[in-house]
Design a protein around this ligand. Structure first.
Ligand code: ADP
Ligand code: MG
Length: 228
């Protein structure tokens, strides 16, 4: 429990910092990006074009990290409304399937037969699903699939994202979700920290089951009402 509190404190601190400086840093960066693009077109820099590409892509990467920071900084009360979880996933499906196909992987969606209405910020739930699916795809071997399952059980709605990747080694399981914890060369280690913060703001809980046969993230949402 102490660990959980320490984690949330850390998240809040990062959130406040991000909110304060994120926007301010992004604007000048985008100005620099614009001028780099202009200079890149000049004939006299034709031999250096690849350096410009590198500078621009590094700026884009930094911008991506700041964007993720900013989602962590959302401490204000969310605008919650009842939304159909299966519809939210169906809306994201073409986008997720396209990025899976690009890597010879696929996404299977098994929606619950019962309508799942959760009180949520739709934007946040989309971000949660995209982050979990992105990780699942990154862990998935070629020609495998990622499954998204929704189900109803004992007062909870469940969102399940399952992959058939190598799993999360036992020794790092407790660090998963800490801001900046990543095992990827170009990872930010913010994806799951953002998921944790979204899950917490929705009064939900997230569980991880992992073995050498794959990893499953299970999000339990409290069930406000349920219609057949
Ligand atoms: P990032 O993806 O930028 O590394 P995340 O916070 O999304 O940051 O994930 C943190 C770490 O958790 C990853 O670097 C990886 O080691 C581990 N991880 C997350 N999801 C999975 C998964 N589905 N299978 C295996 N490892 C995972
Ligand atoms: Mg990630």
């Amino acid at each position: 429990m102490d660990r959980e509190i320490a984690r949330l404190d850390r998240l809040n601190l990062i959130g406040q910092m991000a909110g304060g400086i994120g926007h301010e840093i992004r604007n000048p960066m985008m100005t620099v990006r614009g001028f780099l693009q202009i200079l890149q077109m000049k004939e006299k820099y034709s031999d250096e074009r690849e350096y410009f590409d590198l500078m621009i892509s590094e700026l884009d990467r930094a911008n991506e990290i700041i964007k993720e920071f900013l989602s962590l900084s959302k401490t204000k009360q969310l605008e919650m409304k009842a939304s159909n979880l299966n519809n939210i996933i169906a809306e994201l499906y073409p986008l997720m399937q396209a990025s899976a196909f690009n890597e010879n992987k696929q996404i299977l969606f098994h929606p619950s037969h019962i309508t799942i209405d959760i009180m949520c910020s739709e934007k946040d739930i989309k971000q949660l699903i995209l982050n979990l699916v992105k990780n699942a795809l990154e862990a998935s071997p070629i020609n495998s699939c990622v499954e998204i399952i929704t189900e109803v059980d004992k007062g909870y709605f469940r969102l399940i994202v399952k992959d058939y990747g190598p799993g999360i080694p036992q020794e790092i399981l407790s660090s998963i979700g800490l801001p900046f914890f990543t095992t990827k060369e170009s990872g930010t280690g913010l994806g799951l920290a953002i998921c944790n913060s979204i899950v917490q703001r929705h009064g939900a809980k997230m569980e991880i089951e992992s073995s050498d046969k794959g990893t499953t993230f299970i999000v339990h949402f409290p069930q406000p009402n349920c219609t057949a």
